[in-house]
Ligand binder design. Structure first.
Ligand code: GAL
Length: 741
């Protein structure tokens, strides 16, 4: 043991004459080498198609995947992927275990780029960085540290695979940093005083991780492409989330102290202004006490919650209720939870040990019986706040919990445990939910929760959206009150092309119609969001059934991979077809939302921006006009619309008519299919009841849509219904071939 080496040396000095001690000490390096804990090659077992697991030492009983309940892989979907061999040389992957420390080393090739390792707001590529993956509120003033709302320890390699380190611990990860003595190829030794090319941080040939744990499970996800590897990860976690249809509409949160009357007036104002609304978020004031929380309606602001909810329901809106998990002494279930409390309070509330199923059941029972059951058609979800840290707003690292788990394990998993509890509460009533959460981790793919935070940097938010696609999570660049109409408009346009379209007015008296000069454009953005619901829903269905992330960062877009080599005529049988060209490595201000749409948000006060269009033809979403191909273009969009481009041959399913809220379960509406470009189009369009979990029992359909041009140059579309005849809520299909005539 390394620790015993230190002890021996100190002991010698204490009890032997100095000379003898010195002589013996010269022998110690040899002893020390002998005492380095041996590294062992990991033994891999294929645990699902294209997914391998290895275990080092004794993993702790609480892992990220177990906390998330991500224990039932979508095996059929994994089996439907192309067969894949183990993507690495097993002899190159080794682990070490000593005391309560576990390390793992993966090889890093000279031409390999690494992505993932959590939702970062500043960059995409991870090579050369050292992280401490740690659930925390993102600090925009600090350099990249790995402290973030979703520090998912999954890395994605441009060699076409992904690796997950499944330990509920703060993980230290070095990517290409720290050259090993045992490395077969080492950087050259150069004298700094006289030589050229000396490097302070010579590149290593490894990705190494350290966990303060007695062991760890490690997973490898095969490709063949990096996107396939992410798909396998999401499917291994049970498949991506499938929110209810209304969850993809618009959410607006009211000010903290709003009363029932004010909340209803807010809905009426939305309707009056013709701005679609599906969810109304109530902030801390819906509770009789917050920070810590009572989890009970406040009877001064909401004298009759049932009547209030009935009114909300009549307006085709669901409420989304804020909470943080710290339980106030006044809470009816406080006494029941007290035996499960950890050693420390947060805002004077207890911190229940939700790794214990009995504690989780108390919360789920309460949420189900006294909150959701009050009006299941009106209570649609929760916003789980303050589970991410800001070190000072959470339990300290000295805390311990009744299950024997410690502060660190709890911090890395608390958001996961609460998302699971809320999802369970809705599952009991066979109703889906759409929620928000401020801290999460690996295993979260199937949770219909979207992350948010208190920062507000536009560019950072868009990079977070991009990075979410590498992490099996969802991020929303929410809109808040604003000093200028342009700021509110540009942010609204961006949020409408993100996983959750959200105005967070908790701290502002402003409304989306405060800046009259932009109200028409804000309305247009949200109406478009609502009309694109079939497209967004289909994208989520792909996430659920095929594991394909909703948001695809440009580095995952296959027509970009290898493009640099292709252009240089270099791609041969030995070249890596997934190598990301240098120009794309750091693209962080645009992303694909689904198969068809390339979204290039434009920041407030920015007039012109560059957009990278991958290989293949791209068309302007609004006009259908050709925009470019395999090139970087510069756009100067009007205030009225944000740049969005469509891939050649895409079919974009939309609601044919403008709406103020999403279609209800089983409501049939007219569908418009837009075809873009010159290539023929093909799309499998998913549908189900949009509200329950019956799809898990097979109650869904995939309808095949195709568009083709005949010899006379005339386009037409065909619809081939699903043979099962189940769940199809479109009364008619109208085709538009862009540019529309
Ligand atoms: C913050 C949260 C805000 C808002 C506020 C209410 O922690 O990030 O979005 O909900 O609490 O007090």
């Amino acid at each position: 043991m390394i620790s015993s080496f230190v002890d021996v040396s100190a002991g010698l000095r204490r009890c032997l004459p100095e000379r003898l001690a010195l002589a013996l000490a010269t022998l110690l390096p040899a002893l020390a080498v002998a005492q380095i804990p041996p590294a062992s090659v990991l033994r891999w077992a294929e645990v699902a198609p294209g997914v391998w697991k290895a275990t080092i030492g004794q993993p702790e009983s609480l892992t990220l995947l177990s906390a998330a309940g991500a224990t039932v892989p979508a095996r059929d979907a994994l089996a439907a992927m192309p067969p894949a061999a183990f993507p690495l040389a097993p002899a190159e992957i080794e682990g070490r275990q000593w005391d309560a420390k576990t390390t793992v080393r993966f090889p890093l090739a000279a031409d390999e780029d690494i992505y993932g390792l959590g939702v970062d707001f500043t960059n995409m590529r991870r090579n050369g960085a050292v992280f401490e993956l740690h659930v925390d509120h993102w600090d925009s003033k600090k350099a990249i540290t790995g402290r973030t709302h979703a520090p998912v320890p999954l890395y994605v390699s441009t060699k076409g695979f992904a690796v997950l380190f499944d330990a509920a611990r703060y993980l230290r990860v070095s990517v290409g940093h720290g050259v090993r003595l045992a490395a077969k190829v080492k950087p050259p030794v150069i004298d700094r005083t006289t030589g050229k090319g000396w490097q302070a941080d010579p590149r290593s040939d490894s990705i190494e991780v350290l966990a303060g744990a007695t062991g760890m499970d490690v997973y490898v996800f095969a490709g063949p492409s990096p996107l396939d590897a992410v798909r396998r990860y999401n499917l291994f976690c049970g498949g991506g989330a499938l929110p209810p249809k209304w969850g993809l509409g618009f959410l607006s949160r009211v000010q903290t102290k709003y009363t029932a009357e004010q909340a209803l007036a807010d809905i009426a104002e939305f309707r009056k202004n013709g701005i679609p609304l599906d969810m109304l978020g109530l902030e801390p004031g819906w509770m009789s006490q917050a920070y810590p929380c009572s989890f009970e309606w406040d009877r001064t602001r909401f004298p009759n919650p049932k009547t209030f909810l009935a009114e909300v329901e009549k307006q085709h809106v669901r409420v989304n209720l804020w909470f943080n998990p710290y339980v106030a002494p006044e809470t009816p279930f406080y006494a029941k939870l007290l035996p499960f409390a950890g050693t420390h309070l947060v805002w004077n509330g207890i911190v229940p040990d939700y790794t214990m199923p009995a504690a989780q059941k108390i919360l789920v029972d309460h949420l189900t019986h006294t909150v959701v059951d009050l009006d299941p058609a009106a209570v649609g979800g929760f916003k789980i706040d303050e589970v991410d840290g800001y070190d000072r707003y959470l339990w300290p690292d000295t805390a311990v919990f009744p299950s024997g788990r410690d502060a660190e394990q709890m911090r890395q998993t608390y958001g996961l445990l609460l998302q699971r509890a809320v999802l369970d509460a809705f599952r009991r009533g066979n109703r889906r939910t759409m929620g928000q959460v401020r801290g999460t981790n690996a295993g979260a793919s199937r949770f219909p929760f979207v992350i948010y935070n208190d920062n507000y940097e536009f560019d950072g938010y868009i990079t977070a959206v991009s990075n979410s696609g590498f992490a099996g999570v969802l991020w929303s660049p929410e809109v808040r009150g604003s000093d200028s109409g342009e700021d509110m408009l540009r942010r609204t346009q961006a949020v409408c092309f993100s996983p959750l379209a959200l105005y967070n007015g908790w701290a502002s008296p402003q409304k989306l119609w405060t800046h009259a000069e932009v109200t028409d454009d804000i309305r247009a953005a949200i109406v478009l969001r609502e009309r694109l619901l079939p497209y967004f829903y289909n994208t989520f269905a792909q996430y659920h059934y095929q594991g394909t992330p909703v948001i695809r960062p440009m580095q995952l877009v296959s027509s970009l991979a290898g493009a640099g080599q292709q252009a240089a005529g270099k791609l041969d049988a030995t070249a890596n077809p997934y190598e990301v060209p240098a120009a794309v490595r750091e693209v962080k201000d645009q992303y694909m939302f689904g198969d068809a749409l390339l979204v290039a948000p434009i920041a407030p006060n920015v007039k012109t921006r560059k957009v990278l269009l991958p290989a293949g033809k791209w068309y302007d979403f609004y006009t259908g006009k050709f925009a470019g191909e395999n090139q970087t273009i510069e756009v100067t969009p009007s205030l009225a619309a944000m740049p969005v481009f469509v891939k050649d041959g895409s079919l974009v399913p939309m609601l044919a008519e403008d709406r103020q809220w999403a279609p209800a379960a089983n409501e049939s509406v007219a569908l418009e299919i837009r075809h873009y470009g010159e290539a023929p189009g093909k799309l499998a369009l998913y549908d189900d009841d949009g509200e329950t979990f019956d799809y898990e029992k097979g109650d869904f359909s995939w309808t095949q849509l195709t568009a083709a041009k005949n010899a006379a140059g005339k386009w037409s579309g065909t619809v081939t219904p699903d043979a099962s005849g189940r769940q199809w809520h479109y009364s008619e299909v109208r085709w538009t071939f862009m540019p529309a005539q």
